[in-house]
Each structure stands twice: as structure tokens, then as C-alpha cells.
Ligand binder design. Structure first.
Ligand SMILES: *Cc1c(COP(=O)(O)O)cnc(C)c1O
Ligand SMILES: [Zn+2]
Length: 420
């Protein structure tokens, strides 16, 4: 009854059966898109496509290439179905009428990566993979370690030794075998692939395992339910002339979140559930801008950079899902935007003022929106969704940089008065 019928290479478009390949295209190393049996899915009514009583990404089980992972009460089942906020003070400040922030910080391990790891662990169970492995700047590892622990599998995580301490602590607490690599994320990535081949571990790596994007695409389904269907269509009904497409802002490192969101909307279009694509905007740090560089040069050839950004989750020399990430913008009328690190830190403080706590990579998307508004890429009537991909508790040093020091006072009313 599985709707998973094969893979298609994003580079050469060769199709493969479900058992023919595991990771990337054997011909050219291209990332593989999962193909679903859309004809079979189309026979389902919308009510059968969405399991409305399920407050997690598993509400979209009929649109996922994995079986129900079982284990009713595990963190695996709690990923996704995150809230959408409309913070009026930020909308006013930017002069926007319809601003939405989808906050991923409430996921079980506090980042967007839980979506990928939940679906990945369901796949690992299906193929009886006992040990799972990933390279990670921290969040992907924490998500995999947490999900693996929840269902009693073992996880091995390769992270750069410079990962923020909170992220490393999470890996340790979830009982993963943690290997801190004396090198950057790219070095950890290459080593984890070698180790997975050598020891036969199932590798979750971003931009390598085709199932991560399938988990990440569920954010697009939620944006469709929570924003397009519940908000934008109402706006359009009340003002019939408005045809502005939704614009979605996503922070980009390897490029798998933005590719996954693009895939989700492609699924919805294929199934006739949306009439047109939203515009997708990728935001990178100027200190880690490999994909934005290609976008600006008008080429699909992505050249490595020497990434130094403070936003560790998007610090990548050679993006592993760069081509699909680029196309998420070029094929939807979106764009790539770069922002310097000081604007990323400022964006943490801005989001904090409306009660949203983001890590640097989580706030990068918002910094990109500020720039897009200033540059006239986004106008007052454009409805916008900004993704906060990770919690500020993941990197408290950056948060303290954004907020400044709190004063220490003598325990007297006099001291309080002096500071008011
Ligand atoms: C991983 C991550 C990103 C970037 O995702 P990519 O798929 O690497 O582009 C952005 N924000 C946070 C918090 C992340 O953990
Ligand atoms: Zn190929």
C-alpha cells in the first residue's frame, strides 16, 4: 500500500526503483527526489489526506514515503505541526499587511531538523537499520540522536568540535556516540560518509539521504493549511483583486530545508491542492554564501566558499543540496538574499521583542526579509511567511550578544530607582 514508488535524480533525471539505490545518483552523485504514486494519492479526498486529529507531521502520513513508525508516545511522533504567529509590531515596523512567522523552536529537540529525523527514523525502522549516523553542525545530530533514543536505536554523530556547547550537550544526553571532529562541518560530513560505508551504518546526512527532504516538506503542507488555506484565501475573497502569491523566507546552509519546502509545494501542485507556487526566498550569511553567489551569477554551478559565519547551523563551505536549493528560488520567482552577521544578531533581538527566541541561523531568514523590504523585493501587500528554524537556547552566547548585559544591583530600592 506504500505510495513510495522510486527516485529521480535532480541532475540527470534518471529514475530508480525503491530498492536500486539508497543515497545519491550512482552516475553523477546528484540528490534524488522521492517519487510518490500521485495517481493513487489523487483518489483520496482531502479529508483522507490529512489526519486532522494528529497534531504532528504524521497528520500527512498518506503523503509520506514511510509507514507509520508506531510507538504512539515517543518524541518521534511529536515533530512538526508548529505554530504560526502574526506579530503586529514587526509587521507595522516593516510596513507589511500580512506577516506570519512559523516557529520551529517548539519541536521536540528544538529545531526544524526534527522533521527530517522523524521521517528518517521511520525509514530506518522499515529497513531494519539498527545504527544510524549523521554529520551535523549540531541540530541534525541532536534531532537524530533524540529520535533514535526514543525508539531504542543507536546513533553516531560527527560534529565539528566548534559546535555550540548546548548542542553538544544535547547529543550527549540523548546517549549518542558523539565524535567531535577537529575540522569544519564539511570535514565531518566526508568522514561520516566514509564511516557509514565502512561500518554499514544508515546515514542521515543532509543533501545525501533522500528521506530528509521528505520530512522537511511537511512544513510546506502546514504552511498550506495554516496560512494559505486559513488566511490568504480569506484575504483574497475579501479583496478579489489581490493576486499576490505568498512569499516564504528560509535560512539556507546545505540547502535541504528550502529544497524540502519546495518539494512539499510541488506535491501540493501535482495533487491539485494549490493553483500556483508560492515564491521561495533563500537567505544566507554573507560569510557563507555559496548558493547566493550562484544565484547572483545566474548559473547552476555552485562553487565552494570558506564559510566563517557566526550562524553555525548555516556555516557550510560546499552545500550538499545546492542545486535543488537554487532551483527552489529560480523556479518559483523567489531570490537569494545575503545578510551580514551583525544583521543576523540584530534579528535575534527583533524577534525576541515579540516573544520568539531564535538561534542565529533561525533569525537569518528574518534578517533577509528586512533586507528584501528595504530593497523593494517585497511590497506592503505581499503576504510573507518567515521560518524560525531553531531555538535561541541552542546558542546562548549569540543571544547574550544580541541582548547585551543585564545590570547587577545592590539589593536596595534605591538601586532600583536609579535604574528606572
Ligand atoms: C540546518 C539548519 C538550517 C539550514 O538548513 P539547510 O538544510 O542546511 O539549508 C537553518 N537553520 C537551522 C536552525 C538549522 O539547524
Ligand atoms: Zn544523476
Amino acid at each position: 500500500m506504500s505510495k513510495f514508488i522510486g527516485y529521480r535524480c535532480s541532475v540527470c533525471e534518471t529514475e530508480y526503483g525503491t530498492d536500486e539505490v539508497t543515497y545519491t545518483c550512482p552516475k553523477d552523485g546528484g540528490n534524488l527526489d522521492v517519487i510518490l504514486d500521485y495517481e493513487a494519492i489523487k483518489k483520496l479526498s482531502v479529508d483522507d489526506l490529512i489526519l486532522k486529529d494528529e497534531p504532528s507531521l504524521w497528520r500527512y502520513l498518506p503523503l509520506l514515503p514511510v509507514p507509520d513508525p508506531g510507538g504512539k508516545a515517543t518524541t518521534l511522533r511529536a515533530a512538526g505541526w508548529t505554530p504560526v504567529f502574526s506579530p503586529a509590531p514587526l509587521a507595522e515596523k516593516l510596513g507589511l499587511r500580512h506577516l506570519y512567522i512559523k516557529d520551529e523552536s517548539g519541536n521536540p529537540t528544538a529545531s526544524f531538523k526534527d522533521r527530517a529525523s522523524a521521517v528518517l527514523m521511520a525509514r530506518a525502522r522499515e529497513i531494519d537499520a539498527e545504527i544510524v549516523v549523521t554529520a551535523s553542525t549540531g541540530n541534525a545530530g541532536a534531532a537524530l540522536a533524540g529520535m533514535a533514543a526514543a525508539v531504542g536505536h543507536k546513533a553516531v554523530i560527527f560534529a565539528p568540535k566548534t559546535a555550540p556547547p548546548a548542542k553538544i550537550a544535547q547529543l550527549q544526553i540523548f546517549g549518542a556516540k558523539v565524535l567531535l571532529v577537529d575540522g569544519n562541518y564539511d570535514a565531518a560530513f566526508d568522514l561520516s560518509v566514509q564511516a557509514s560505508q565502512e561500518f554499514g551504518w544508515y546515514c542521515r546526512n543532509t543533501g545525501y539521504n533522500p528521506f530528509t527532504a521528505e520530512g522537511k516538506k511537511t512544513a510546506a503542507f502546514e504552511i498550506w493549511e495554516q496560512v494559505i488555506r486559513d488566511q490568504i484565501l480569506d484575504i483574497r475573497d475579501s479583496i478579489p483583486n489581490i493576486q499576490y502569491p505568498l512569499s516564504i523566507f528560509v535560512s539556507v546552509g546545505d540547502g535541504n530545508i528550502i529544497s524540502g519546502i519546495h518539494k512539499g509545494f510541488k506535491d501540493l501542485l501535482e495533487l491539485g491542492l494549490i493553483e500556483s507556487m508560492p515564491r521561495i526566498f533563500g537567505v544566507q550569511s554573507t560569510e557563507s554564501s555559496a548558493i547566493a553567489n550562484a544565484f547572483n551569477a545566474g548559473t547552476e554551478e555552485i562553487k565552494p566558499v570558506s564559510a566563517t559565519t557566526r550562524a553555525d547551523s548555516i556555516s557550510v563551505d560546499m552545500p550538499r543540496d545546492g542545486l535543488r536549493a537554487l532551483r527552489a528560488a529560480t523556479q518559483t520567482g523567489g531570490a537569494y538574499i545575503t545578510v551580514p552577521d551583525d544583521e543576523i544578531i540584530a534579528a535575534i533581538a527583533e524577534l525576541g521583542k515579540v516573544g520568539i527566541f531564535a538561534e542565529p541561523a533561525g533569525a537569518t531568514s528574518y534578517a533577509g526579509l528586512v533586507k528584501a523590504v528595504n530593497d523593494g523585493l517585497i511590497g506592503p501587500d505581499d503576504p510573507v511567511v518567515v521560518m524560525n528554524t531553531g531555538s535561541g537556547l541552542k546558542d546562548v552566547k549569540a543571544a547574550m550578544q544580541a541582548a547585551g548585559e543585564a545590570p547587577i544591583i545592590e539589593p536596595t530600592l534605591e538601586a532600583v530607582r536609579r535604574l528606572l
